[in-house]
Ligand binder design. Structure first.
Ligand code: FAD
Length: 445
């Protein structure tokens, strides 16, 4: 029997509804936010849920830099979305990319031409990199957002040493062993520290013509200090800790150009074969799909209940949304914000749609601001408590293992870290021929 809430055009909704008449919640995005909403709505009578994602896996982005620097393998930081929610019969998962919303028809449009009707729509599509109007820089300095990004960066880093080993030109060897990380936020700090760990420890004895311990690693930041969202004393600690690892921290250094052979900073040319972008983010285009006014960066404005301003049946959360704390400050683009919002919104929808109640507004409870620098070294800021060094590193490790989805991932990641800690080795150094060819194309002088 046709589902009265599905008003799909041709081609029709690829999987018919589970139960006629149930309220249909469509969630776009199986990241931290969307997945938490789905989990709260799982097995709730009277609701059916469709979770759409353009990838088949939920990705734990906070550990991507460890994939990019060969500590972890891609499969250890991702989990199939289908598996995570498989026990909930009222949730169906569809692998599909959304590219529009028809608010009048209450449908999301799919890139392949299909459409899915909703009664309530939840947008949790995250964010992507922003190159501040220089889209051409993306080819030379990839950002770190997906498993493909992490694999590509890993291949470039490892291949740079391989090519440096073979060249007889000292200037080219210098360029190949120069790594420029743009952006001194947590991602840039983590990347720079991890490349330093890889070259100074894991690769130290593996080459003959090139000495990886002499690799030049630059962390380039336009602002006066790195980790600008942390208190000054923790930024200062992070700078010193990075310098001890062999990273050159360049502050007040806006990047002016990036091309295949290097980066220009404050008028100076720095030849570098491997560049990584960690400087800016912009929201996914979901605000454009809705045709609503957005904040700078494309973030969708939402109210205290995470409903999109002016719309009662569409919600947005996580990195795609701009939600405000009680004091009016914007909530940061963090996994913990998306995760808490997701659980809040799932419970709120349950209360509203099943029990007919009016839920209380969302309140963010900060679990602290964390950034890891290297082995035994991290910074943590939580309320008035700040930690640095080994205690902070321990807190960081426990928090990340705890948040990983799936027992198997938690176990494997913990064992991998223990192994890497004891042996200084990186277990995920293999690159495929395809990755190698792609990396080589970008590193030609
Ligand atoms: C390298 C890195 C390190 C980080 N480290 C930390 C950290 O240490 N601590 C912390 O709290 N936060 C960290 N963050 C931020 C954190 O990962 C994000 O804030 C969080 O992932 C946001 O969750 P989300 O659900 O909004 O979006 P995401 O987790 O990005 O999920 C969005 C989902 O939507 C899907 N999607 C997007 N567009 C479409 C479409 N058109 N159609 C279908 N599906 C779509 C994507 O495939 C994805 O699965 C880090 C981020 C990065 C990139």
């Amino acid at each position: 029997m046709a589902d009265p809430t599905d008003r799909s055009r041709t081609p029709p909704d690829p999987a018919p509804a589970q139960a006629d008449g149930d309220h249909h919640v469509v969630i776009v995005g199986g990241g931290f936010g969307g997945l938490a909403v789905a989990q709260e709505l799982g097995s709730v009578a009277g609701l059916r849920v469709t979770l759409l994602d353009r990838r088949n896996h939920h990705l734990f982005q906070p550990l991507l830099y460890q994939v990019a620097t060969a500590v972890l393998s891609p499969g250890e930081v991702a989990e199939p979305i289908r598996r995570i929610v498989s026990r909930h019969r009222n949730i169906r998962v569809l692998l599909a990319e959304v590219n529009g919303v028809d608010r009048a028809e209450r449908q999301v449009r799919l890139r392949d031409g299909g459409a899915i009707a909703y009664d309530t729509l939840v947008l949790a599509t995250g964010a992507t990199h922003s190159y501040f109007g220089h889209a051409d820089w993306a080819r030379h300095a990839p950002g770190l957002k997906t498993l493909d990004d992490a694999r590509a960066i890993r291949a470039r880093v490892l291949l740079a040493f391989e090519r440096a080993e073979r060249t007889s030109d000292p200037a080219e060897r210098e360029r190949l062993t120069t790594f420029a990380v743009v952006g001194g936020g947590p991602t840039g700090v983590e990347m720079a520290g991890a490349i330093a760990g890889l070259s100074r420890q894991a690769l130290a004895r593996d080459f003959r013509a090139v000495d990886p311990t002499r690799a030049r690693i630059l962390l380039i930041e336009a602002a006066p200090r790195i980790l600008g969202t942390f208190p000054e004393h923790l930024s200062a600690y992070a700078t010193k800790a990075l310098e001890r690892l062999g990273v050159t921290v360049m502050t007040l250094s806006p990047v002016e150009a990036i091309d295949e052979v290097g980066v220009t900073v404050k008028g100076s040319r720095i030849p570098a074969a491997t560049m990584v972008w960690g400087a800016g983010v912009q929201a996914s285009p979901a605000g454009q799909w809705l045709g609503v006014a957005t904040e700078r960066g494309g973030h969708i404005r939402v109210g205290p209940d995470l409903a999109v301003e002016g719309l009662s049946d569409v919600y947005a959360l996580g990195d795609v949304a701009m939600a405000r704390a009680e004091d009016g400050s914007a909530l940061p683009g963090l996994a913990q914000v998306a995760h808490q919002q997701g659980h809040y919104l799932g419970k709120a929808l349950r209360a509203r749609l099943v029990a007919g109640q009016r839920p209380a507004p969302f309140r963010f409870r900060s679990r602290g601001n964390l950034a890891v620098i290297g082995r035994n070294s991290a910074v943590v800021q939580w309320d008035r408590v700040s930690l640095k060094g080994f205690p902070a590193w321990l807190v960081w490790g426990i928090a990340h293992v705890y948040l990983l989805v799936g027992f198997q991932n938690r176990l494997v990641v913990t064992l991998r870290w223990l192994w890497a800690y004891v042996t200084y080795q990186r277990g995920a150094r293999l690159i495929s021929e395809r990755e190698e060819a792609a990396a080589a194309r970008h590193q030609q002088a």
